[in-house]
Design a protein around this ligand. Structure first.
Ligand code: HPA
Length: 271
C-alpha cells in the first residue's frame, strides 16, 4: 500500500505543480456546494488519478479540487466512496492516506444522516462529536504499516474538541442553529427499519448514515485532526418515521448546505 500511496501522491504533485494542501475536505451527499466557494487552482477527475477507485455510478465520477478556502490551501473530494458500492475499506480510505502524504493536517468531513435524537428536526445541522462503527469491519484490519500509524490508534477524541468549540462559537455568532451528537456509521444501502433506528438510538447514537466512519478512522490512524458535520435529512424517531428516498435526502441536504459550508469554511479559517 505504501508504494501505491507514494505513487499517487507523486502523480498528484506533478499534476498540481507541487500544490501542498493543509486541509482535506470530504463532501457528502448533496453537500458539494462548498466546492463553489473554493478558488480552484487544479481539478482532477478521479479516473485520472492512479490507484483511485473507479466510480460504480455511471456518469457520476468524482473529482479532487485543489485551491483556497478560508485563506487555507485545501484539497476537496467532490464525491466519496461508500462501502455499499462494493469497495473495500482500503479503497474507500485510500484518498485519506494520500491526504496525509500530501501534508494535510486536518480533515473536514460532511454527510447526510437520519436523526434519532427526539430533539432533532429535519435539516438539523449536527456537529459530530463522536462516532460508533457499525460497519462489519474496520479499514485498519490487516498487517499494520508502521509508517502510516500505530497498530492500536487512540480514538478518545476522534473529533477534535477545539474545532467543535470553534464551530459552536461560529454558529452562535452567526445565528445558525446547530447541535452536537454521535454519528453511527453502517453499511446501507437500505435505510433503517424502525427497530434498527430504535436499536441505534439505544446504543447511544444521535444520527445514522452510510459513510464517514472509515475515513475518520484512517485520518486518526495517520495522526490528522478531524472536524465533522452531518445534515439530518430524515428522522428515525418513533412516531415520526416516514418513507425515505435518496432524492429527498439530497433535497434536504442541499437546502441546509449553505449553512454547513459557512461553518466549515470559517472553521478552516481559524486553523
Ligand atoms: N439512514 C442512513 N443513511 C442516511 C439516512 C438514514 O436515515 N439519511 C441520510 N443518510
Amino acid at each position: 500500500m505504501l508504494e501505491q500511496i507514494n505513487f499517487t501522491t507523486k502523480n498528484i504533485l506533478e499534476k498540481t505543480n507541487n500544490f501542498k494542501p493543509e486541509v482535506g475536505i470530504i463532501l457528502g451527499t448533496g453537500l458539494g456546494g462548498l466546492v463553489k466557494e473554493i478558488s480552484a487552482e487544479f481539478v482532477i477527475p478521479y479516473e485520472e488519478i492512479p490507484n483511485f477507485p473507479v466510480s460504480t455510478v455511471e456518469g457520476h465520477s468524482g473529482k479532487l479540487i485543489f485551491g483556497e478556502l478560508g485563506g487555507k490551501k485545501v484539497m476537496a473530494m467532490q464525491g466519496r466512496f461508500h462501502f455499499y458500492e462494493g469497495y473495500t475499506m482500503q479503497q474507500i480510505t485510500f484518498p485519506v492516506r494520500v491526504m496525509k502524504a500530501l501534508g494535510i493536517h486536518t480533515v473536514c468531513v460532511s454527510n447526510a444522516s437520519g436523526g434519532m435524537n427526539p430533539d432533532f428536526e429535519i435539516g438539523e445541522i449536527m456537529i459530530i462529536n463522536d462516532h460508533i462503527n457499525l460497519f462489519p469491519t474496520n479499514p485498519l484490519i490487516g498487517k499494520n504499516i508502521a509508517e502510516l500509524g500505530p497498530r492500536f490508534p487512540d480514538m478518545s477524541e476522534a473529533y477534535d474538541k477545539k474545532l467543535i468549540a470553534k464551530a459552536m462559537e461560529i454558529a452562535k455568532n452567526n445565528g445558525i442553529k446547530v447541535s452536537q451528537g454521535c454519528y453511527a456509521g453502517l453499511t446501507g444501502p437500505c435505510f433503517e427499519t424502525p427497530a434498527e433506528y430504535r436499536y441505534i438510538a439505544r446504543i447511544g447514537a444521535d444520527a445514522v448514515g452510510m459513510s464517514t466512519v472509515p475515513e475518520v478512522i484512517v485520518a486518526k490512524h495517520g495522526g490528522m485532526r478531524v472536524f465533522g458535520v452531518s445534515i439530518v435529512t430524515d428522522l428515525g424517531v418513533e412516531g415520526k418515521i416516514i418513507e425515505v428516498t435518496h432524492e429527498e435526502v439530497q433535497h434536504i441536504a442541499s437546502a441546509a448546505e449553505p449553512k454547513m459550508s459557512f461553518i466549515v469554511k470559517e472553521v478552516i479559517r481559524t486553523l
